[in-house]
Design a protein around this ligand. Structure first.
Ligand SMILES: *[C@@H]1O[C@H](CO)[C@@H](O)[C@H](O)[C@H]1NC(C)=O
Ligand SMILES: *[C@@H]1O[C@H](CO)[C@@H](O)[C@H](O)[C@H]1NC(C)=O
Length: 171
């Protein structure tokens, strides 16, 4: 017992904070309404210390009881871009999110991996995107562009380890 008190005093975070608070930065919340009219609050998280590929990002989010992020409305997408920009110190190249396409270079035929829903608005792409660079870019991210402006880009699903965004939805 004595040891536990000592341990907790010195490792406060390890004892009282949840895993996700230790491993992730809360970058902001939005309120929304789902397709059945139920209101939710969604909070977005960026990992503090790790990067991975799009393919593994979903499993990484899930291992912290989070989901791979989606932006379900244009409003949510715009707000998420501002959250990422505001936390760009944690972002290496891009902040991957859970969208993908089977139609490379399509601007509109994109889907959310969590829900299977089609992206229901005009994605705010960077001007030259999506470009399916090297023929392998079928996954979605909010990337850092010219002059530190953040916009939507397509990325490789299995490429370099990159930053990714998780979300938690509360009803
Ligand atoms: C979302 O709704 C909750 C509860 O009504 C409120 O406390 C919170 O401030 C809202 N958040 C945003 C980002 O609007
Ligand atoms: C940006 O970050 C600051 C400091 O954490 C915060 O007060 C502000 O609300 C954030 N703005 C946005 C758009 O998230």
């Amino acid at each position: 017992m004595k040891f536990l008190v000592f341990f907790c005093a010195f490792f406060f975070i390890a004892c009282y904070a949840s895993d996700e608070q230790v491993a992730f930065v809360n970058i902001g919340s939005v309120n929304g309404t789902d397709s059945s009219g139920v209101n939710y609050q969604k909070t977005f998280y960026l990992p503090r210390y790790f990067r991975t590929t799009w393919m593994l990002a979903r499993a990484m989010c899930k291992s912290y009881d989070l989901e791979f992020a989606s932006a379900d409305t244009l409003d949510e997408a715009t707000t998420l871009v501002s959250f990422v920009k505001n936390n760009s110190g944690y972002v290496y190249v891009t902040a991957l999110i859970g969208g993908l396409t089977l139609t490379p270079k399509s601007k509109t035929d994109w889907y959310w991996v969590n829900s299977g829903n089609k992206v229901a608005y005009d994605i705010p792409w960077y001007v030259t995107q999506p470009n399916n660079y090297e023929g392998k870019e079928q996954c979605l991210g909010i990337g850092r562009g010219y002059k530190d402006k953040f916009d939507f880009h397509d990325y490789k699903c299995m490429g370099e380890d990159l930053t990714f965004i998780c979300q938690k939805i509360e009803y």
